[in-house]
Design a protein around this ligand. Structure first.
Ligand SMILES: Cc1cc2nc3c(=O)[nH]c(=O)nc-3n(C[C@H](O)[C@H](O)[C@H](O)COP(=O)(O)OP(=O)(O)OC[C@H]3O[C@@H](n4cnc5c(N)ncnc54)[C@H](O)[C@@H]3O)c2cc1C
Length: 388
């Protein structure tokens, strides 16, 4: 058994580390002051263009996209180090294209969709969103009620989606809808490519979330979608959707490791400097145990995440591992960031340090793409052999 990263993966991780240190970290003070002033934490257009140019020149675009459309075709294992490094900063920048919808498109597109949707997405020319959640169906997407019905060559979609990230900015949203009410998740849910300007696709409202984020509520009112924009096979949308969710969950585990590592590094730098009652904090067992627990749990999360990614690259079924790492790594990072905030005292409560943004960001990550309790339930159900 070899636990060393390959030379290529080590060099890639190092490259992303430098990009984060040199280009993203220096923007944090500005991001924090914007967020503190209630202006959100998004990057300005100029900042975005500059970062896009640099990351593209460094060869960091399309890392896990197909080589024949300009990507590097890297396996999941290679992406762990990339996402761990990206997770260290609160500057909100994503290396294009974002992996989850990429993977879903790669698994489903036909030739025409490949040209029209996948290729521009890989080239970083478009932004996408995913519409799964509904007011009455969140953790349990099989309870969705959005319907898609055939009208001649086209499909007509009716329903309501909520908590949809990027819905207003996205060039297209992958909308999940019921095409067979009886079969539902077992052959009755399909995926559709819905353009921003599709008739009947309406973004109702922007919902500010903690962690500087925002989601949208979307209504589909007799939304007409051309027949060729059905993604994959009719009724078989649930499996590629799960593939997409799995990709995000592994990515979230890696981000969590990066975030927790940053919080631990901050704690280790601060604790020896801060003296209370005549002794540095680093001499106190309470703080030492936080440091020790954090390092141990980060190590465990990292090994588990690499193990999961490696098994996925071998074509193995990793649904159980994905639930384990999504729940474990996000909860671990939540605890480590909280302890770092406690170590910093009042300073940890300010909007001058990144810790509070890290905390609210990781707080949302304990919910989206499946709340912790649901992933634990999946693991337990699997072990106990219970059928749904
Ligand atoms: C920042 C953010 C971005 C998001 N972006 C998107 C997006 O782009 N697209 C999209 O479709 N959705 C998105 N979502 C929605 C997200 O996926 C859902 O919020 C999530 O699946 C949970 O659904 P819910 O909020 O309806 O909670 P519910 O399903 O109502 O669950 C509420 C709580 O009940 C508990 N619970 C539920 N089921 C069980 C169970 N079986 N066992 C034990 N406890 C249980 C959990 O504690 C859970 O937190 C986003 C959410 C957030 C916070």
């Amino acid at each position: 058994m070899d636990f060393e990263l390959s030379e290529e993966d080590r060099m890639l991780k190092e490259l992303v580390h430098k990009f984060v240190e040199k280009e993203l970290m220096p923007l944090e003070a500005e991001v924090l002051s914007r967020e503190a002033a209630g202006k959100g934490w998004g990057l300005g257009a100029e900042e975005h263009v500059r970062l896009d140019k640099i990351s593209k020149e460094l060869g960091l675009w399309g890392l896990d996209a197909p080589a024949d459309i300009g990507g590097s075709d890297l396996p999941s294992v290679s992406m762990i180090g990339v996402n761990e490094e990206m997770g260290r900063t609160i500057t909100p920048y994503t290396l294009p294209p974002d992996s989850p919808n990429l993977r879903m498109l790669m698994a489903t597109v036909n030739e025409r969709q490949r040209e029209a949707y996948l290729a521009p997405y890989v080239r970083g020319e478009t932004i996408s969103a995913i519409g799964i959640s509904e007011p009455g169906a969140g953790a349990d997407p099989s309870a969705m009620t959005t319907r898609a019905e055939r009208h001649g060559e086209d499909w007509i979609l009716n329903g309501r989606k909520i908590w949809i990230s990027r819905a207003a900015e996205a060039d297209f949203t992958i909308v999940m809808a019921i095409t067979d009410k009886e079969k539902r998740a077992r052959g009755g849910i399909s995926a559709f490519l819905v353009d921003r300007n599709a008739p009947g696709f309406k973004v109702l409202r922007r919902i500010p979330m903690i962690g500087g984020a925002a989601t949208y509520e979307v209504v589909l009112e007799d939304c007409r979608v051309e027949g060729w924009k059905l993604l994959g096979q009719e009724g078989n949308g649930f499996a590629p959707m799960q593939l997409r969710l799995g990709t995000r969950r592994i990515q979230m585990a890696a981000w969590s490791i990066g975030m927790a590592q940053r919080a631990l590094d901050m704690m280790c730098e601060f604790a020896p400097q801060r003296v209370t009652f005549g002794q540095p904090l680093s001499e106190r067992q309470a703080i030492q145990w936080w440091v020790s627990d954090a390092a141990t749990r980060i190590h465990a999360a990292r090994l588990m995440t690499y193990d999961c990614a490696w098994k996925l690259d071998q074509g193995r079924d990793v649904r159980l591992e994905i639930s384990m790492i999504k729940a474990y790594a996000t909860e671990m990072a939540w605890e480590v960031v909280d302890r770092a905030m406690q170590t910093f005292g009042a300073m940890g409560m300010t909007k001058e340090l990144p810790l509070q943004l890290m905390a609210s960001k990781i707080r949302t990550m304990r919910i989206y793409d499946g709340p912790t309790e649901v992933h634990k339930w999946v693991v337990a159900r699997n072990l106990l052999g219970a059928k749904r």
